[in-house]
Design a protein around this ligand. Structure first.
Ligand code: GN1
Ligand code: MG
Length: 370
């Protein structure tokens, strides 16, 4: 279906004056739509939910409905009470002209429109300690917002998401395929990376074991709190919203903590090609943690704190493993624009994991001081 026809199925006032690709997500297709009328302009985000990744796109939308309903109520109550030092925001679902949360096109794809958070931006890499601190505050505040969301309202958006042991199994299955064998035999780099994974098999289940033993308990998590899913207010420089709410579900907050840090503390970014620039920046980590603890520190138990370092080490390993497995499987999950892109993304994450390992003592002592 023509994109213009599609976006016009949603209830936005004004005339459509621009519709263009937007953002740098690896999963969904995202567009910015601008509408104007005589007096003002409305900007909204049009997205196709990736059916290859999310087995039940309708469930993603039902979840989004619940998450935004819950958080908007809380946000409005907090704003009225003057509790916060800023206006925290969250996108809203724009209904279709048939008053639905989404539109299904003729090929069965689910499309949605959500409001754009105006006068705010997300960045692909951290801009410095102040930005990192604001990212920490935004994630901590988001954890507060979703902490009392009833898990029964949420349908598992992506079975197996962030189950590292499951990614290990998928990797092992892929390794046994002819395609993967051939890729490994023809690339020394790929063999080096396979060795890197072998050396860390024991790491994969660290959080899952702690959960199984009852030391860690699932709460609600965001699932994808990377730096470009954290909106910063252009006017004040403060964190204002978390976006990309597709994976909000019951999970360990450690996964969010580790995932945010692996993204924010790598100033070279996920697509870096010069590996020597990929380092875990401890100043950014300290700033992030300060912001996070300010908003969410009161939820942290001693057991939670004991696993923070493991989460910082695990998440770059897990994402590297996911990219590497996808490369070996023929780039079927993450969007790519060049053939070796997933291999390169994996190299970056593994390098980051090594950089965390090299700084273990210093990272642990920073965490102990929180
Ligand atoms: C994917 O769509 P995007 O770019 O926000 C992925 C995350 C990864 C991230 C790495 C559902 O997120 O888990 O951390 O790429 N989302 C899913 O850039 O797999
Ligand atoms: Mg995402």
């Amino acid at each position: 279906m023509d994109l213009t026809v599609l976006v016009n199925k949603f209830n936005v006032k004004g005339r459509l004056v621009a519709l263009e690709p937007f953002g740098s997500g690896n999963i969904n297709d995202t567009y910015l739509a601008i509408y104007r009328n005589t007096f003002t302009e409305t900007q909204v985000i049009l997205q196709r939910v990736n059916r290859k990744v999310f087995p039940q796109p309708e469930a993603i939308m039902a979840n989004m409905h619940e998450v935004t309903r819950h958080c908007h109520e809380k946000l409005e109550a907090d704003a009225a009470s003057g509790r916060d030092d800023r206006v925290w925001q969250m996108p809203r679902i724009v209904k279709s002209k048939e008053a639905k949360d989404y539109v299904v096109d003729e090929s069965g794809d689910v499309w949605r429109v959500i409001t754009r958070i105006m006068s705010a931006h997300a960045f692909d890499v951290a801009q410095g300690p102040e930005h990192a601190l604001e990212c920490g505050s935004a994630l901590g505040h988001f954890h507060y917002l979703i902490s009392d969301l009833d898990p029964k309202c949420i349908i598992d958006p992506l079975p197996g998401f962030h189950v590292t042991a499951g990614y290990m199994r998928a990797y092992d299955e892929t390794l046994a395929t002819p395609r993967a064998k051939e890729l490994l035999s023809s690339s020394m780099e790929a063999r080096r990376m396979a060795k890197f994974v072998e050396e860390r098999r024991g790491l994969a289940a660290c959080l899952e074991k702690a959960e199984a033993s009852g030391e860690l308990v699932k709460r609600m998590f965001h699932g994808d709190p990377k730096v470009n899913n954290i909106m910063i207010d252009d006017v004040t420089g403060k964190g204002t919203a978390m976006i990309d709410l597709d994976t909000v579900s019951p999970g360990l907050v450690h996964v969010d903590f580790g995932d945010a840090l692996r993204s924010i503390c790598n100033p070279a970014g996920e697509e870096a090609t010069n590996l020597s620039q990929v380092v875990f920046d401890e100043d950014l980590a300290t700033a992030f943690c300060k912001g996070y603890m300010r908003e969410a520190g009161s939820f942290m138990t001693d057991a939670d704190r004991a696993y923070l370092y493991d989460s910082i080490r695990l998440l770059p390993f897990e994402l590297g493993l996911r990219f590497f497995q996808d490369f070996l499987a023929g780039d079927v999950y993450f969007k790519t624009s060049t053939p070796g892109q997933n291999l390169n993304r994996a190299r970056v994450q593994f390098r980051l994991c090594e950089s965390v390992e090299a700084r273990e003592r210093s990272i642990r002592s920073m965490l102990d001081r929180l």
